[in-house]
Design a binder for this molecule. Structure first.
Ligand SMILES: [Zn+2]
Ligand SMILES: [Zn+2]
Length: 190
């Protein structure tokens, strides 16, 4: 969402707070995509924060909570989860002198860190692309429906939690060890 910073820029206020929700599909332009198996529901990204004028430097700070849907890594059941992170950006208006760029070193060299700066455009700043970018990096890649989810039977693929399958009784043996088992059985016979 475009955040109106005009009152911050003209000095009428020293802080502008915001609280809104959006989903990544509303964000246009280049930004990192969520992993394929992660779905963000409508308005699944909640942003609460403020932009402040801190001794002439504009800072934007936000607490972001992302709701998402994915699948259990073991049994593939649908799972709904959320995670939060805090984001901070320096806001530049374009009026700053080069010295004021925190990312210039003493020698005036650009230190290569560019992703924590937002630029004001006609009084507005838009942090959504950056938020999606951070969310895509922070989204957990491993979720379980329950911490002790037993997963699927490696033999028949049925869910073990729901009573399991018949294969369980006959004790599944990894094919790699089946040869070893045959040898052991043979030894017993001898
Ligand atoms: Zn599971
Ligand atoms: Zn089975």
């Amino acid at each position: 969402m475009k955040l109106d910073l005009s009152e911050l820029l003209n000095g009428k206020r020293s802080a502008v707070s915001f609280d809104y929700a959006f989903d990544p599909t509303q964000v246009t332009g280049d930004c990192a995509a969520m992993p394929d198996d992660v779905t963000i529901p409508e308005n699944g990204i909640r942003v609460r924060g403020e932009a402040v004028d801190s001794f002439g430097t504009l800072m934007l700070r936000a607490d972001v909570t992302v709701s998402y849907e994915t699948r259990c890594a073991r049994c593939l059941d649908p799972v709904s989860r959320e995670f939060s992170f805090r984001m901070e950006r320096m806001v530049l208006t374009g009026r700053e002198t080069e010295r004021e760029f925190s990312h210039l070193t003493e020698d005036g060299e650009w230190d290569g860190v560019t992703d924590d700066i937002l630029y004001v455009n006609e009084g507005y700043v838009d942090a959504d692309a950056d938020i999606v970018e951070e969310a895509a990096l922070a989204v957990p890649t491993f979720d379980l429906c329950e911490p002790d989810c037993p997963g699927l039977c490696p033999k028949c693929g049925r869910k073990l939690r729901d009573g399991g399958c018949e294969c369980r009784e006959e004790k599944y043996i990894n094919p790699q060890f089946a040869v070893l088992q045959t040898l052991l059985d043979k030894k017993k016979e001898d």
